[in-house]
Design a binder for this molecule. Structure first.
Ligand code: NAD
Ligand code: MG
Length: 391
């Protein structure tokens, strides 16, 4: 029986992971489930799956979690320290599906024990790729990408030599505002930007998809995970979201990964790795699909892509600053304080300021440095927006 823990169990990725585990209950022993404010969901899943412990990230929710687990035999705990302790519990496989930079510390802790880490939390790689990958190497731990594009690249690279890779291309749907006239983007509301043509995801990642900040994060994620230089990583718009990534080799051969847009494929691949097993995903019928379209992204529409290349070139703490500034900009947009098109200039301004203050360089990266950069970048983003200096 495989011992598994799911961090961020109550979210979109977490719930899809539990869906797969429920379909093969005899194959898994659930060690820890963690969540945030949705204590009811967390407790119900922990009971149903017979987890050892359920942890909410928020200390003030502990009494509620305890009450909901009363008589179940499932332990309850709360807070950032409890999340780390949950990562200390012996497990074979851990799903890292907390949203945001809060996912970094528990994932890093799990790697310290050599646990296989299924990584949906792309922020971990964007903020601290070198730190995370070095820990995995030091402990001989496996990191399995769960972002659909990166799972696709990982699969295309199976059995291949990285030295034979010429280029990696990840696809992008273009998001919910893809076909809006450029001049109209200024007026896009969070509700409009939060609607996706193909993928059913959380609201924040859906808005990040419309701005392509999500794709910018994924370019950086590709660079950190696969170690390819920035000029050999790019993205192409593919409205159907059927091809997830392409790997071109030095001999000109290009391997593409195709599949229905359903996160349970990437999650299930990581869950079953190194084997492949049946998954409850729709099967492709290319005759029915009919056509697959591709076009280059317009950088005027998606300025976040340019920022991604800047961050990859800069390295060091630029990723931590980028991620935090992007999260702060998204909060400001959702709160109606800045426009959709203000997000990228705001993030660029934060990067400029921190670079001028020499805050982005790091010869060796530590978790403390990453967390400190995260705080400074968030504060700077809010201050710049409050002064109206982002436009
Ligand atoms: P979500 O918002 O649906 O769920 C997030 C989970 O994290 C929840 O369990 C929530 O309780 C928990 N959480 C929130 N704040 C927390 C905090 N401060 N500390 C600890 N836990 C906290 O998010 P999601 O869409 O499932 O995405 C999770 C991760 O997977 C993100 O990094 C996202 O970029 C990545 N991802 C998601 C998708 C997708 O289809 N949803 C696809 C690819 C990658
Ligand atoms: Mg993705």
């Amino acid at each position: 029986m495989r011992r598994v823990s799911i961090f961020g169990a109550t979210g979109s990725i977490g719930q899809n992971t539990l869906d797969l585990i429920r379909r093969a209950p005899d194959a898994y022993h659930v060690v820890a489930l963690t969540g945030g404010a949705n204590v009811e969901r967390l407790a119900a899943d922990a009971r149903a799956l017979g987890a050892e412990i359920a942890v909410t990230a928020f200390e003030d929710r502990l009494p509620e979690l305890r009450a909901a687990l009363d008589g179940s035999g499932v332990d309850a705990a709360a807070g950032a320290g409890a999340l780390l302790e949950a990562a200390d519990r012996p497990a074979d496989w851990i799903m890292s599906a907390i949203v945001g930079s809060a996912g970094l510390a528990p994932g890093l802790r799990a790697l310290r024990h050599g646990t296989t880490l299924a990584l949906a939390n792309k922020e971990s790689l964007v903020c601290a790729g070198p730190l995370l990958m070095a820990e995995a190497r030091a402990q001989g731990a496996t990191v399995l990408p769960v972002d659909s594009e990166h799972s696709a690249v990982f699969q295309a690279l199976r059995g291949e030599d990285m030295n034979a890779v010429d280029k990696i291309t990840i696809t992008a749907s273009g998001g919910g505002l893809r076909d809006w006239p450029l001049e109209a983007l200024d007026g896009a509301t969070p509700a409009q930007a939060g609607t996706h043509p193909n993928w059913d995801m959380g609201r924040r990642i859906t808005i990040d998809s419309a701005s392509m900040f999500n794709k910018a994060m994924e370019l950086i994620e590709t660079h950190e995970f696969f170690g390819l230089p920035p000029d050999r990583i790019d993205t192409v718009i593919h409205p159907q979201s059927i091809v997830h990534a392409l790997v071109r080799f030095r001999d000109g051969a290009t391997m593409a990964h195709l599949g229905a847009p359903d996160m349970r494929h990437a999650i299930g691949f990581a869950l079953n790795w190194p084997e492949r097993r049946d998954l409850p995903v729709a099967l492709l019928d290319l005759a029915e699909t009919g056509r697959l379209d591709f076009r280059a992204p317009d950088l005027a529409r998606y300025p976040a892509l340019r920022l991604a290349h800047r961050v990859m070139e800069a390295g060091g703490l630029a990723g931590a600053a980028f991620n935090a500034a992007k999260e702060a900009a998204l909060d400001l947009f959702i709160d109606g304080r800045i426009r959709f098109t203000d997000m990228a200039p705001l993030v660029a301004t934060v990067l400029d300021r921190l670079a001028t203050e020499d805050r982005l360089e790091a010869a060796t990266m530590t978790l403390d440095m990453v967390q400190q950069t995260d705080r400074v970048a968030r504060d700077t983003a809010r201050a710049v927006a409050a002064q109206g200096r982002h436009a």
